[in-house]
Design a protein around this ligand. Structure first.
Ligand SMILES: Nc1ncnc2c1ncn2[C@@H]1O[C@H](COP(=O)(O)OS(=O)(=O)O)[C@@H](OP(=O)(O)O)[C@H]1O
Length: 232
């Protein structure tokens, strides 16, 4: 979930991007609890994926700024489950710890293990309801994460429009990197892909588990699509 301070969003705004996770990795923990200062011409963006599923965060953000603009990237919930699993798997691997195969975690006695956190976190509508009790839908822009992977430019154009920014990014800012298997950014001759931990191959799952996941997410998917994502 990205939060944006809208009071300074104008065509002249420059984006000031702040990533708590990144600050943590760089060891700059003293920033925690305190947003960095930004200049009046800067549009401040903060990115914290864990906000979306937090029960307390919507109210806290509302109390800070009730007209804030929110960006939410959602992808096929099954892909999100597998992405979540893959991240945790590699985190364990880095610490030389083992992690069970995906089927062992997602299935219990032949049924979907709905207690597995990654499954719960993919029930988008259940979290969205809480956000919508504080923020109007028109202040939340949902980015289709699967489209973003396949063809990022149109998705970024929609984001610029939502933020009332004059178009600053164009199609030539993206190029497909065959080695990475994803689009990467090109700006003033400089090329940059997302970190190597993003875009790792997901485990292949058997059709039994896939069907269970499809069944489970069928109704919640319909709900989020019909209430929040009508233009897709
Ligand atoms: N251009 C490009 N390059 C690499 N990866 C891309 C790109 N665009 C979208 N993605 C998808 O973003 C997923 C990682 O985002 P995360 O949600 O894990 O990021 S974070 O939680 O905000 O840190 C990541 O998920 P995984 O594939 O599971 O790693 C990617 O599929």
């Amino acid at each position: 979930m990205l939060s944006l301070h809208p009071d300074i969003s104008s065509a002249e705004s420059e984006i000031h991007f702040f990533d708590w996770e990144d600050q943590y990795k760089k060891g700059l923990q003293w920033y925690v609890g305190q947003m960095p200062f930004s200049y009046p011409h800067q549009l401040t963006v903060e990115k914290t994926p864990a906000y979306f599923t937090s029960v307390k965060v919507p109210e806290r953000i509302y109390n800070m700024n009730s007209t804030i603009k929110l960006l939410l990237i959602l992808r096929d919930p099954i892909e999100r489950v597998l992405s979540d699993y893959t991240q945790v798997f590699y985190n364990h691997l880095q610490k030389n710890k083992s992690y069970p195969p995906v089927e062992d975690l997602l299935l219990r006695n032949g049924e979907l293990n709905t207690d597995y956190k990654a499954i719960n976190r993919s029930l988008y509508y259940s979290f969205m309801e809480n956000w919508l009790s504080y923020f109007p839908l028109h202040n939340i822009h949902i980015v289709n994460g699967d489209y973003l992977i396949r063809n990022p430019f149109p998705e970024i154009q929609k984001v610029e429009k939502f933020l009332n920014l004059s178009p600053q990014i164009n199609a030539s800012n993206f190029y497909f990197n065959r080695t990475k298997g994803f689009y990467c950014l090109r700006d003033s001759g400089r090329e940059r892909c997302l970190h190597e931990s993003k875009g790792r191959a997901h485990p292949r799952i058997n059709s039994f588990l896939l069907d269970k996941l499809r069944d489970y997410f069928h109704e919640p998917n319909k709900k989020i699509l019909s209430t929040c994502w009508k233009d897709i």
